[in-house]
Write a protein that binds this ligand. Sequence first.
Ligand SMILES: *Cc1c(COP(=O)(O)O)cnc(C)c1O
Length: 355
Amino acid sequence: MKHNFNAGPSILPRIAIENTAKAILDLNGIGLSLLEISHRSKDFQAVIDEAVALFKEVLGIPEGYQVLFLGGGASMQFCMLPYNLLGKKAAYLETGVWAKKAQKEAKLFGEVVTVASSADKNYSYIPKGFTIPSDADYFHITTNNTIYGTEIHTDMDCPVNLIADMSSDILSRPVDVSKYAMIYGGAQKNLGPAGVTFVIVREDILGKVERAIPTMLDYRTHIKEGSMFNTPPVLPIFTLNETLKWLKALGGVKKMYEMNKAKANLLYNAIDNSKMFVGTAEKDSRSLMNICFVMKDAYKDKEEAFMEFAKKRGMVGIKGHRSVGGFRASTYNALPIESVKALVDCMADFEKENA
Ligand SMILES: *Cc1c(COP(=O)(O)O)cnc(C)c1O
């Protein structure tokens, strides 16, 4: 039995994978594979329509917002966003490498203000008490910093359009979408397989910049064509829809949030009560999705031995990102609490033998 703690692409509900496998062989009993039919066929149109409707339903997306499923990853959004929305000035919160990459693209389009950064402590906390310039076109945040295991847990009040990269915590907790002008992310962390990017955008913020926007990079193109201006990522959208169905059947985002808190508490408690392990993120900034920890200085030389020990017990993907080191357990929606229990037991047993 494997316990899949991969950071992304990452664990998906088994039922979503099984239903995808079936659709690859024969979609809805039509005698053709999902892979060999037109994206404009009624069978696929039904899939994307259901995915949009379910996404709106489970996240509680209000009127006035559009849901898009695009290619290019969250990284493409780093440039599409300023292309469409940066007139003169944009503000960014620098909470990690992804936030920095987003900010870098914005500099191609106008003035960029970094309102605060946690680079001084290797992005181990979410900065507080910053001021957002009221003349910025938007303020960009990364709600969950996948690499460092920090997370913004609340939907902040913002004097300008608030834009969030939610690649790694979308649908992990209830969100007041009305506080945001746009939310985007790659699906491959908590929503589906690699290859599809979601964008939730309030339509009234578009069309305000003067520059010409290439057709494919203009949100209005994709809104007008229902994400079908060109061929969308058909297969990942199918699996994303299956994941949404699974999430709804289990009790929706509220239920996910409860389960995610239970999983994270279990592991953080084990870390905090351990002689050997210590968390890397400041406690009030800790992520529910990516739990980062290292060995205390006295045991640093045991990290590799623990990796081996954990591997034998079926733990997959717990190696920390190279910029943080140590370990990272990603506890996305589809990860069962049993896997977290197995990891906690594994840590305790290793400690018994080695501390
Ligand atoms: C993984 C990740 C990205 C990059 O996503 P791509 O789809 O690979 O471009 C961006 N932001 C965050 C927070 C991520 O975790």
